[in-house]
Design a protein around this ligand. Structure first.
Ligand SMILES: *Cc1c(COP(=O)(O)O)cnc(C)c1O
Length: 401
């Protein structure tokens, strides 16, 4: 966090009710996301849990461009079906499409026709598309999705974790958007949605936090009741007053053009270096992370032997670099217990903001050079124990052979 965020922490007011820190936080959130009701939570997944426990059940289907892993798990936990409808270019690591996070609007309409609008309680859009390479969604695509939602009277919710990076890409890449302030683009995105979920550990630049926001009073009332049951009073959720203060400052810093320029330049620097040495990565380089295409790097390891896990282990053994598999371990286990390959096997190198210098990133590049040398000799893995849901967090593995 920044100097100003740490300073704000000293202002935290820890009153149980009526804390001024809550008012400061609420103003900062509503300055960018002017929803009527804001419900603070300790993390993004708590907002997801509350939302889906209210609107979802086994008869429901919930589409998104790509559900984040915790979003999908919270939907499936209610017995509902989570469906990913990202455009075809979004699944092709080599496509240079500028908005590979876009949802396929035609497929969305078809899904609504197939399952019936009454069985779709919400359409989600994840910006940027974290599990799909940190790729942005265009303003035009959000507007088109809004139109479909209007036509069928289905609410649109944004999973907004990387809202500032997504808006920055819109400013850079979408025609007619170059002269706008990022904050202004963010407000337009919010105006196109009926609600949002947020992990404040992402673009709000905090160490903890999240929220659920919406314009529907009845939904907000139900959410507040759930909040009190599991998180805390409606003016702090699971957070301390000091966290609320730090997030209020973080929200204003996240939309600063200087910050975003630095942020996207750092990610691109790492990604372009890996691409130049011939390591297959998702292109163009996304917002918060570089994604190595492990399935392509290790053609000798079939998806059900987890090439992403193999690359993640190798990076850690070679240089202490910790990445995460975004592939068949994360998404391959189906609710009925069967296992199928995910659409890609990627390894995400997410870059903590404001933490590393260029020399740190150069070190990561050197470790990746070694990875490339040993790639042809890497083997697959087998799972030795796993939980029934979100298995990638706690599963244990053993190398094959
Ligand atoms: C991190 C993240 C979440 C979950 O938030 P937590 O704060 O980790 O619980 C949900 N969606 C997206 C897109 C995320 O990046």
């Amino acid at each position: 966090m920044s100097r100003d965020q740490w300073a704000a922490i000293q202002h935290g007011d820890e009153s149980y009710a009526g804390s001024p820190s809550w008012a400061i936080f609420l103003d900062a959130v509503r300055n960018l996301f002017p929803f009527d009701f804001v419900i603070p939570t300790h993390q993004g997944r708590a907002a997801e849990r509350i939302l889906f426990s209210i609107i979802s059940d086994p008869s429901k289907t919930i589409p998104s461009n790509t559900h984040f892993d915790t979003t999908r798990a919270n939907i499936e936990f209610t017995g509902a079906r989570a469906v990913d409808l990202v455009i075809a270019e979004g699944k092709d690591p080599k496509s240079r499409h500028p908005f590979k996070g876009n949802i396929d609007v035609v497929a969305l309409k078809k899904l609504i026709h197939d399952v019936g609008r009454e069985n779709i309680p919400v359409v989600m859009l994840t910006i940027t598309n974290n599990s799909g390479g940190g790729q942005p969604v265009s303003l035009q695509n959000i507007r088109e999705t809004r139109k479909v939602c209007d036509e069928f009277q289905i609410p649109l919710f944004i999973d907004s974790c990387r809202f500032a990076e997504n808006a920055w890409f819109i400013k850079q890449r979408e025609s007619g958007q170059q002269d706008r302030e990022v904050a202004d683009i963010v407000r337009e995105i919010a105006s196109l949605a009926d609600g949002m979920t947020m992990s404040a550990k992402k673009d709000p630049l905090g160490n903890i936090g999240g929220w659920l926001a919406c314009n529907d009073k009845e939904l907000a009332n139900k959410a507040r009741t759930m909040l009190i049951l599991t998180e805390g009073f409606p003016t702090y959720g699971g957070l301390a007053g000091r966290d609320l203060e730090a997030l209020a400052v973080g929200l204003s810093e996240a939309v600063s053009h200087d910050y975003l320029k630095y942020r996207i330049a750092s990610t691109t620097y790492l990604g372009e270096a890996l691409a130049a040495m011939g390591i297959p990565v998702v292109l163009p380089i996304g917002g918060h992370a570089v994604y190595i295409d492990a399935r392509e790097l290790l053609p000798q390891v079939p998806p059900l032997q987890y090439p992403g896990e193999s690359v993640a282990v190798a990076l850690y053994e070679l240089g202490g670099v910790r990445g995460t598999e975004i592939g068949t371990v994360m998404f391959g286990l189906q609710p009925d217990g069967t296992e199928i390959p995910a659409s890609n096997d990627l390894v995400r190198l997410a870059i903590p903001r404001r933490t590393y210098t260029q020399s740190h990133v150069d070190y990561v590049i050197e470790v990746c050079e070694k990875l490339k040398e040993v790639a042809k000799d890497l083997g697959g893995y087998r799972i030795t124990s796993e939980p029934t849901s979100l298995r990638h967090f706690t599963a244990t593995f053993e190398p094959l052979n």
